[in-house]
Write a new protein. Structure first.
Length: 201
């Protein structure tokens, strides 16, 4: 079957309903709920909508939609210009929240999003693309590997409570770790115009 022409364009507030449907599908892929739930609670959906409104209004975040010839949204992604990694000062286009609707798979929508990211990078003189891929998605990892993406780092996440359980000493004593942040310093205004300001720790 011949593939139909696809296009990628910036998303707008008018696209919110389609973005939220795709976002919930992405959430289900990442969380893989075991209880069979397919929709988040209303409060969570409201928060999700606000996050997408914020992203659409932020000039540093670029939400894009890939559409078919009838303008039906097939998938989306978020592009951000940032360093390739926290300690490597090399600019890159980070591609995240990339998802293609299940019923529109294998129509070239994923490649269209990657091509748009490459064009976006070229327009800004950036040489690197970085994509966020769910580690458990073999299909997504294979897809990006076929397009030349190599692993850069594996990011693992865990609730603090779970990590605490695994860190527990055999005798049950917690590790002795002091404060890791600087307490705010209160500045006392000088009592004379030319005096130097004292500060409290």
């Amino acid at each position: 079957m011949a593939r139909t022409a696809l296009s990628v364009r910036p998303a707008t507030v008018d696209d919110l309903p389609a973005l939220l449907v795709l976002a919930e599908q992405l959430r289900d892929q990442l969380l893989q709920p075991a209880d069979g739930r397919t929709r988040a609670p209303a409060a969570a959906r409201a928060q999700l909508e606000q996050r997408y409104r914020d992203a659409l209004a932020d000039p540093d975040r670029h939400v894009v939609l890939v559409t078919g010839p009838d303008e039906e949204p097939l998938g989306m992604a978020l592009f951000i210009v940032a360093s390739a990694s926290a300690l490597l000062d090399v600019p890159a286009i980070h591609v995240s929240h990339a998802v293609v609707a299940d019923r529109h798979r294998r129509r070239g929508a994923g490649k269209a999003l990657v091509a748009a990211a490459a064009s976006f990078a070229e327009q800004r003189g950036v040489d690197q693309l970085v994509v966020s891929v769910p580690p458990g998605s073999r299909e997504a990892n294979r897809f990006f590997a076929r397009l030349g993406f190599a692993p850069l780092a594996v990011r693992r996440a865990a609730p603090v409570s779970v990590v605490r359980r695994h860190l527990a000493q055999p005798e049950g004593r917690p590790l002795d770790v002091g404060p890791l942040h600087h307490p705010r310093r209160r500045v006392r205004l000088p009592s004379i115009a030319l005096g130097s300001a004292d500060s409290d720790a």
